[in-house]
Ligand binder design. Structure first.
Ligand SMILES: Nc1ncnc2c1ncn2[C@@H]1O[C@H](COP(=O)(O)OP(=O)(O)OP(=O)(O)O)[C@@H](O)[C@H]1O
Ligand SMILES: [Mg+2]
Length: 359
């Protein structure tokens, strides 16, 4: 019976996701906020049985700090076992959203449910079942690496043997065993991020909220962490992470929302977002100034999306090579041409006219 309902819910989810994708393609970006609201209402009212699968449900969430609107009415839901991303630039409202999720601050408006519990009225229970990795490292600098885990385990009421076993298991999992008795201040930034995640996992949370897992880490440390997060997902931990790295979101997240200035601009799997907004491929061409207008018009006429770059144009097309050929045969002579697959960075640029990473 339950298995049937879950299957039914999965089928409904696919139908809704497909229709969402269709509407997204049809609507211009400025109308997509409304669209997202309409779809989430439809989602809520027509398919209540879907909710049994949801680990997190966010409805009409708003956070204001005085005059400043940090989160401007957002809706999303995260399925159990999903690795879900909030992707957005500095100041988008990622940390504000996450804090409200784990009960670290109260929403100005809106409703939040974690594991079927209303966060406002079940703050304590939600805290016990959720793990939190904050953006700022808040390890206890006076304690050794392993002690940080043990103290946290005691706080969550784990018996002595259980916290020792769990701490050792997590030190192994995050490749920190060699550093078990090192003072926290002597370990690297990558190790500190891993230790923070290990600490959040001491209580065996069902949902893990990770604010910027790899900010400031070198490529090797990031890859190591991504691998561990994927493995946790495969073990069934639901994860919500925030990031401003589009490659992180693209490689790691099953599904994500793109947040900007407190609003959700788009939602989907990385592939869906890229295909919805961009097509598959990008043709970057460098052009002499006077040629740009004409080349842009030609590319648009050929059905490509076009954005300006510092030195020329970015053209979004299903087949970038065919587009380049099309332009060349019509007299466009690029100084340089580069073909590549589209990324989430392109999606963000297309939606906002800005680059995701500032500066
Ligand atoms: N406690 C606070 N009081 C006042 N303003 C705040 C507070 N916390 C955040 N803000 C503001 O709210 C907006 C959203 O901030 P938030 O930290 O949620 O963004 P973010 O997406 O996490 O950014 P980052 O990538 O820099 O971490 C910003 O303009 C920020 O200055
Ligand atoms: Mg933040």
């Amino acid at each position: 019976m339950v298995a049937n309902r879950i299957q039914e819910a999965a089928a409904m989810r696919t139908i809704i996701r497909d229709s969402k994708a269709m509407w997204f393609r049809l609507l211009p970006p400025r109308l997509r906020g409304d669209h997202s609201l309409i779809m989430s209402r439809l989602f809520r009212e027509t398919t209540p049985l879907l909710e049994i699968e949801e680990a997190v449900v966010v409805r009409g969430l708003v956070k204001r700090y005085g005059e400043l609107v940090a989160v401007a009415g957002i809706d999303f839901a995260v399925a159990r076992g999903e690795l879900f991303g909030l992707l957005g630039p500095n100041g988008a409202g990622k940390t504000s959203t996450m804090r409200m999720l784990y009960g670290g601050s109260s929403p100005t408006e809106g409703r939040l449910e974690v594991l079927g519990l209303d966060v406002a009225s079940h703050r304590r229970e939600v805290k016990m079942r959720l793990g939190v990795v904050p953006q700022e490292t808040n390890l206890d600098q006076d304690l050794l690496v392993r002690q940080n885990l043990l103290v946290h385990g005691r706080f969550y009421g784990l018996a002595r043997q259980e916290r020792e076993d769990r701490a050792d298991e997590l030190l192994d999992f995050f490749q920190l065993r060699d550093k078990a008795n090192a003072p926290v201040e002597t370990i690297s930034g990558g190790m500190k991020r891993r230790l923070l995640i290990a600490r959040a996992l001491m209580s065996r949370p069902e949902v893990l909220v990770i604010d910027e897992p790899t900010t400031g880490l070198d490529p090797q440390a990031r890859h190591l962490l991504w691998g561990r997060l994927r493995e946790l997902r495969d073990r069934g931990v639901t994860m919500i992470l925030s990031t401003h790295y589009m490659d992180e979101a693209e490689r790691l997240c099953d599904r994500l929302v793109i947040l900007d200035r407190g609003k959700i601009l788009a939602e989907g799997t990385p592939r869906e977002l890229i295909e919805m907004e961009i097509g598959r491929q990008v043709l970057e061409i460098e052009l002499a100034g006077p040629e740009r207008e004409g080349a842009a018009a030609l590319a648009r006429d050929a059905g490509a999306g076009v954005e300006r770059s510092d030195r020329g144009l970015l053209c979004y097309a299903r087949d970038a090579e065919a587009l380049l050929h099309h332009l060349r045969t019509r007299g466009v002579a690029p100084l340089q041409a580069h073909l590549r697959m589209a990324t989430l960075e392109d999606v963000f640029l297309r939606l906002t006219g800005r680059s995701l990473v500032e500066g």
